[in-house]
Design a protein around this ligand. Structure first.
Ligand SMILES: NC(=O)c1ccc[n+]([C@@H]2O[C@H](COP(=O)([O-])OP(=O)(O)OC[C@H]3O[C@@H](n4cnc5c(N)ncnc54)[C@H](OP(=O)(O)O)[C@@H]3O)[C@@H](O)[C@H]2O)c1
Length: 159
């Protein structure tokens, strides 16, 4: 069954590879990036995959709260439901670690943006199967999944 899947940070790395696999399986993938040229290039590349599902592109710099809000609004305008939200976009090394409003950019992109985007999109997501993916052990590459029991809360990750 075809799903509608939003992957933040799908212009590179794990997000891009995930988009390739999901599109190859025929799902509709909502690609997200912060660089229009890179996003266009990825869209072109992924459209050429055999049996690729439908692609949509969204642009937003997730270090800016207003752009996280705009991304959620743009997705909600086009879709009554989103089956899966993959909060993948993240940043680690950067020459400019502070945002224009004084936040650590890693905190803004890796923590605040996924929280806000998830919160805004919760009404579109399935009620019992919203899943958060968290990076647990910095440097060790471990991931774990946590399911939220309802739409109203985003709980703190725990082991
Ligand atoms: N690679 C690892 O070993 C590893 C291990 C554990 C966890 N993780 C986590 O997994 C996720 C993906 O890692 P990765 O290695 O695939 O990273 P990556 O190759 O650097 O890709 C990160 C993606 O996030 C986007 N992004 C970064 N800053 C952004 C911003 N301000 N606004 C919007 N998009 C932004 C990037 O856009 P651009 O293409 O424009 O740069 C890119 O699409 C990250 O959250 C990372 O912390 C990675």
């Amino acid at each position: 069954m075809q799903k509608t899947i939003l992957i933040t940070g799908s212009t590179d790395g794990i997000g891009l590879e995930t988009a390739k696999i999901l599109l190859s399986q025929g799902h509709r993938v909502l690609l997200h990036g912060r660089n229009q040229a890179k996003l266009d290039n990825v869209e072109k590349q992924l459209s050429a995959l055999p049996g690729a599902g439908q692609i949509e592109c969204y642009i937003a710099d997730l270090s800016r709260k207003s752009e996280v809000e705009s991304l959620a609004q743009a997705v909600a305008t086009k879709h009554a439901t989103v089956d899966v939200l993959i909060n993948n976009a993240g940043i680690f090394h950067t020459p400019e670690p502070i945002t224009s409003n004084g936040l650590d950019i890693r905190f803004a992109v890796n923590t605040l943006a996924p929280y806000l985007l998830t919160k805004r999109l919760l009404p579109l997501l399935p009620p019992l199967y919203s899943v958060g993916v968290y990076y647990w052990k910095q440097g060790e590459g471990s991931l774990f999944l946590e399911c939220y029991p309802d739409r109203s809360s985003v709980v703190t990750p725990s082991r």
